[in-house]
Design a protein around this ligand. Structure first.
Ligand code: HEM
Length: 503
């Protein structure tokens, strides 16, 4: 077979890719060796800013198939027929670590899915936990600062983490999950994914319901203890990427079952809890899981950079039939992600292969970085709208979301009943976890807060005491056993949360 000729990026054949052009065998390099200059210049531009959060990630391509009829809840075309399917791009991530961080670190995992539907891209940008640390976007940047490096020492700071958490008792639910057995999944195939927020769906009759998204692993839950993770990281920092590539190359495709929880629109007014509070789960007894479909990831993207690093997920990517809710954190995320992508990737980031919808795209956005595609308005003279051209793109009022009734005075509302923040963590601690899990939780938390000052330690222990006196006593006891992490194995039966079945 004839060899492929190396060319310049302008397409001209290149005479050498190894030897610089010099004036004589020992003379200086000539400036006209433009290929050398371009090669060095390209290398200088091989990095872009890493994601401010969720910088370390692993991605696969795959497919989603609808297995059950949910047309009574949504008119989204993807769900219009059992058997419908679409391509999916996943990206799982840790939150706090930088791009070079070890995979098996204790952290919440991001769980992002891009569904390339016939109606455009639907992004499910969730986590492996059903709740989050805070419920107001004002607190998100400060929370993330506590997870990142201290400005002076350039080290991660348990003092900052627990100082912040002690001042925000709403965090204790998520911190309990983070410090539990589920804090270090063996790899993304062995963890669940949750939309976490309350979203909405509307059907062909324009009726809205509130929904939660759940992706349950079919591989079973598997997690490392602190001790196992430390040993593993000593051997490899890339255990997730290795596991995922090995799984796909050996034909072992990870799968998840997709379920929704559904709440009738009116129930939100009478529910005994705020269904739009991201720090709470919905009881499965009242809002059971409804099966929707199956996700199977079956391919390692050919180029990590172009499909995983360039992936731009955003809760603002939704399709008709799927909507938001009044959750204030979700509202803030609708702005924040696309803003991050314009900064990190460039103005027309949606045109990159990882992000480009498989369906037709027609918009009137104009120039700017990465404007490499032809006009998409439907007519070359239609670079504004409204216009006189019949073929040019116009909006379709039939895809509008049903009107949302909103009443109330504009104000800054804080949670009135702080005690409510302790109810679900208490059930998780006292009713769902067995004694072995509670012991490991105590030790994991003590290991994480070991270097905290006495005042931060006492403030945090006071929060734990309000959850359950045994929780406080257990962590206090474990703090005395410095660095001694229990290594009892975790089973597939380990439940994640009150109200949730083990599998
Ligand atoms: C107001 C609260 C939040 C804000 C402002 C926020 C903001 C951000 C930003 C700016 C990024 C980086 C995006 C990029 O550069 O590509 C990001 C990544 C991410 N966030 Fe959030 N976030 C918030 C809460 C959450 C919550 C509650 C979840 C999960 C339920 C979540 C899940 C993720 C995931 C999975 C990623 C990584 C996406 C990827 O794989 O590329 N975030 N977030």
């Amino acid at each position: 077979m004839a060899k492929t000729t190396l060319t310049t990026s302008g397409g001209a054949p290149v005479p050498s890719n190894n030897t610089s052009e010099t004036a004589g065998p020992r003379g200086p390099v000539l400036m006209q060796d433009y290929q050398l200059l371009e090669k060095l210049a390209h290398q200088n531009r091989e990095r872009i800013p890493e994601r401010t959060v969720h910088a370390k990630g692993w991605g696969l391509q795959g497919k989603f198939t609808v297995t059950k009829d949910i047309t009574k809840y949504t008119c989204a075309k993807l769900f219009s027929k059992v058997g419908n399917s679409c391509e999916v791009l996943s990206r799982w991530s840790t939150v706090a670590g930088e791009q070079g961080a070890a995979d098996a670190e204790r952290d919440v995992r991001g769980f992002s899915l891009k569904f390339y539907t016939e109606d455009g891209n639907w992004d499910m940008v969730g986590n492996n936990t059903p709740v989050f640390f805070v419920r107001d976007a004002y607190k998100f940047p400060d929370f993330i600062h506590t997870q990142k490096r201290h400005p002076k020492t350039n080290l991660r700071s348990p003092e900052a983490m627990f100082d912040f958490w002690a001042a925000q008792p709403e965090c204790v639910h998520q911190v309990t999950i983070l410090m539990s057995d589920r804090g270090i999944p063996v790899n993304p195939a062995h963890m669940n994914g949750y939309g976490s927020h309350t979203y909405s769906m509307w059907n062909a009759q324009g009726e809205r319901v509130w929904v939660k998204f759940h992706f349950k692993t079919q591989q079973g839950h598997k997690h490392y203890t602190n001790a196992e993770a430390e040993t593993l990281i000593g051997k490899t920092r890339e255990s997730y990427q290795e596991d995922l590539v090995n799984m796909i190359e050996t034909g072992n495709h990870p799968k998840w079952t997709f379920y929704i929880q559904v709440m009738p629109e009116k129930d939100a007014e009478t529910a005994g809890f705020n269904p739009f509070d991201l720090t709470k789960v919905w009881p499965h007894g009242d809002y059971p899981l409804i099966e929707v479909g199956e996700l199977e990831m079956n391919q390692v993207p050919e180029n990590y950079w172009s499909h995983v690093e360039n992936a731009a997920y955003s809760p603002s990517n939704k399709v008709p039939g799927i909507g938001y809710s009044p959750d204030k954190m979700l509202q803030a995320r609708v702005f924040s992600y696309a803003d991050a992508h314009r900064y990190r990737l460039g103005t027309h980031y949606e045109a990159l292969p990882a992000n480009a919808p498989k369906s037709d795209v027609h918009h009137y956005h104009k120039d700017g970085s990465m404007r490499f595609f032809p006009p998409q308005t439907g007519h070359v003279d239609a670079y504004y709208e409204p216009n006189q051209y019949a073929e040019a793109a116009v909006a379709d009022p039939s895809v509008a979301e049903p009107p949302l009734a909103i009443s109330g005075d504009a104000d800054r509302y804080v949670q009135e009943d702080a005690d409510a923040d302790y109810v679900q963590p208490r059930a998780l601690y006292a009713e769902v976890m067995d004694q072995g899990e509670r012991d490991r939780l105590h030790h994991n938390m003590a290991a994480a807060m070991g270097p905290c000052s006495e005042s931060v330690t006492e403030r945090w222990l006071a929060v734990l005491k309000r959850v359950h006196p045994d929780y406080e006593a257990g962590v206090r006891r474990a703090l005395k056993e410095a660095g001694d992490v229990n290594a009892v194995p975790v089973t597939d039966e380990t439940p994640q949360h009150a109200n949730e079945p083990a599998k």
